[in-house]
Design a binder for this molecule. Structure first.
Ligand code: C2E
Ligand code: CA
Ligand code: CA
Length: 620
């Protein structure tokens, strides 16, 4: 069941690591100890010993003290400095009964010593004794470290192991995922069917968890015993799972879904059949945190979000979830002040580039909040909150005024003004005076309506279009261009596009990301381009990061591109400089003009120096 530390009460034989540069010692110790049924693994150098120890976690270590290849003293100190190594018996093998060497071994943390040449019988007895003493200590620890009902590690133990797994993953460049879940309506089960019944459900949940984790697809994980996932019970009906050593963060979702699947079958208890569901939250290092407490806190926040959506859900952590109720409250207050006084808020601009000419043909305004203590925050971290507390419309108005006034004097390569696109939130649509206020902002900035675009997500656009507010048509009548944002992520059918009278369509970056490798994404993107052109719309690809992606998009006839390949969102001043700069055109002329099958790293981005960038985009 447990793999990274010794399960309590392990049957008599154990796993013995013999670290000695001398192969005759391996042979002798191996022959002797195998008679007692022990498994014996051997290492010739300190590094090998360390790797084996890390990967296999032996029950006892025999460590040579004498050769220059393997400094037993240092190895001993190093083992003892780890959480797991601190509890494993270490038998030092010394070449002589030199009192000083023995003293040094004890200082380094040795449990016992034996002099060479080894006597097989003495060695067997000593190892037997040391393992028994360890087992007794483990039994005691079992009571303190494990949950009595399910036998799973308790919170403290789980956390300790998670720390260990995170340290490993940092060395290996892998990811660690944490799943946190509790049972939906467990209190009702307890109240109506009794605590005894509730306990049985928890015990069975633990059993199913262990089975599922054991059966996890190993190909998803990098093979090594320490890479096996494990579960813990945090008390009540709260469970947690660690998935260590994931080759990619994406591997976590598949396993998390399988964990959710343990509730697909009913529980059979006392002649009753009971369906139970759970709400699960997922966080993955290093993106969602690099230490145990942060990852657990974020998985917990994600679980609450999952519950809020409805039961029986799995949700992945997003930054806006990480806030505790009290934090939310203070952030809400700060946001209210920031909007009220127009302080600390700013708009950054990201260029839209003509795929054929390489000219900057537009800008998208993206909201930022320079928070006094949290640094530069992106909209994903506070927009949801703003909408919740009713600040959406005021914030929206502010963005319009700021974006339009800052961009008023920009001119493109051909001297024409650069239209600026502003994102609209759902709440802004509910206001009947939206169009009026937008026109007002345009007039104040002294702009033409043709210099302004609005971006609306597919879902919001369809919802409002179908309820016939006629808003999109209103924008159009006044010459304000409209674009559908994040196209392809909504639930709508392609056919519904026909009803939306918009000027442009933005292909969501989730389709752009794998454009070069994935023929299905290529087919979807190409279809979107063709269909939009047929309906007379301009197509803009979002999130273009590599010349390879750009090449594919150009080959399919996409009109404009936006993405880190050209520039991140930058301040208004930096954007003005970017317009004078010829670099963007160069990126374009350097890109492959036909379909390319290689992904190249993005060239250095067009980022004028010294501008702080909000850079916390989540993977999509
Ligand atoms: P969006 O409208 O899809 O905006 C594009 C987002 O993708 C921006 O994130 C941008 O910085 C990021 N991005 C651009 N190029 C790349 C790329 O090559 N790779 C990757 N990975 N990301 C890229 P940002 O600024 O965090 O904005 C997130 C979302 O917040 C926006 O998504 C938009 O829906 C919303 N938003 C931003 N500003 C406003 C605003 O003023 N009002 C409203 N209502 N929503 C806004
Ligand atoms: Ca947008
Ligand atoms: Ca978008």
């Amino acid at each position: 069941m447990q793999t990274t530390t010794l399960p309590p009460g392990r049957s008599r034989p154990g796993l013995v690591l013999v670290a000695d540069a001398d192969p005759t010692v391996w042979a002798l110790a191996g022959d002797a100890l195998r008679q007692d049924g022990h498994d014996v693994i051997v290492a010739a150098t300190a590094e090998e010993a360390w790797q084996l120890f890390d990967a296999r976690v032996p029950d006892i270590v025999l460590l040579d003290n004498a050769t220059p290849v393997l400094d037993g003293h240092d190895a001993c100190v190093r083992l003892r400095s780890t959480a797991v190594g601190a509890r494993i018996p270490i038998l030092i093998l010394t070449g002589s009964d030199d009192a000083e060497a023995i003293g040094r071994a004890y200082d380094a943390g040795a449990t016992d010593f034996q002099t060479k040449p080894l006597n097989g019988q003495v060695l067997r007895a000593r190892v037997r004794y040391m393992l028994r003493a360890k087992r007794d200590a483990d039994d005691l620890r079992q009571l303190a470290d494990y949950d009595g009902l399910t036998g799973l590690p308790n919170r403290a133990t789980f956390r300790r192991r998670l720390e260990h797994a995170l340290a490993r993953s940092q060395r290996n460049g892998t990811s660690v995922a944490v799943i946190f879940f509790d049972l939906d309506g467990f209190k009702e089960i307890n109240d109506t069917l009794g605590h005894g019944f509730g306990d049985q459900i928890l015990r069975l949940t633990g059993e199913r968890l262990i089975q599922t984790l054991r059966a996890s697809d190993r190909p998803l994980l990098e093979r090594s015993d320490a890479a096996a996932p494990w579960a813990g019970r945090f008390g009540g009906d709260e469970f947690s799972v660690t998935l260590p050593d994931l080759a990619t963060p994406e591997a976590a979702s598949a396993i998390a879904e399988r964990v959710r699947g343990i509730f697909a079958q009913p529980f059979h208890l006392e002649g009753q059949e009971l369906f139970v569901t759970a709400s699960l939250g997922l966080s993955v290092s290093p993106l969602d945190g690099v230490d145990a407490d942060t990852l657990l806190k974020h998985a917990d926040a994600a679980m609450y979000a999952a519950k809020a959506v409805g039961r029986n859900n799995l949700s992945t952590y997003r930054p806006s979830m990480g806030l505790r109720a009290s934090e939310r409250l203070s952030l809400a207050g700060e946001l209210r002040r920031a909007v009220g006084r127009s302080e600390d808020l700013l708009v950054h601009f990201q260029p839209k580039v003509d795929i054929v000419t390489g000219d900057v043909v537009g800008a998208e305004a993206l909201l930022r909040w320079q928070h006094p203590s949290r640094g530069l925050l992106g909209p994903l971290e506070f927009l949801e909150l703003a909408e919740e507390i009713g600040l959406g419309p005021a914030l929206g108005d502010w963005v319009f005024h700021a974006a339009l006034s800052e961009s008023a004097h920009w001119r493109g390569q051909d001297g024409r003004p650069i239209p600026v696109a502003v994102n609209l939130a759902n709440s802004q649509f509910r206001s009947p005076s939206l169009l009026e206020r937008v026109l007002q902002a345009i007039a104040t900035a002294g702009l033409e309506t043709s210099q302004v675009e609005v971006e609306i997500t597919e879902t919001v656009a369809l919802r409002h279009q179908l309820s016939d507010t006629g808003l999109l048509a209103g924008f159009k009548e006044h010459g304000i261009r409209t674009a559908i944002d994040d196209f392809g992520t909504g639930q709508s059918a392609l056919a519904s596009l026909r009803r939306l009278r918009v000027d442009a369509l933005k292909i969501d970056r989730s389709f752009v990301r794998d454009l070069v490798e994935d023929p299905r994404d290529r087919a979807i993107a190409s279809c979107i381009v063709e269909m939009s052109h047929f309906l007379g719309m301009t197509v803009i690809a979002e999130g273009v990061e590599t010349p390879g992606q750009l090449g594919v998009l150009r080959a399919m006839g996409c009109d404009q591109a936006q993405g880190f390949l050209f520039s991140r969102a930058v301040s208004a001043a930096a954007f003005a400089r970017l317009l004078e700069d010829a670099t963007i055109g160069q990126i374009l002329s350097g890109s492959p003009s036909s379909r390319s099958s290689t992904t190249q790293a993005a060239p250095s981005r067009v980022v004028p120096g010294g501008i702080p960038h909000y850079d916390r985009h989540r993977r999509l």
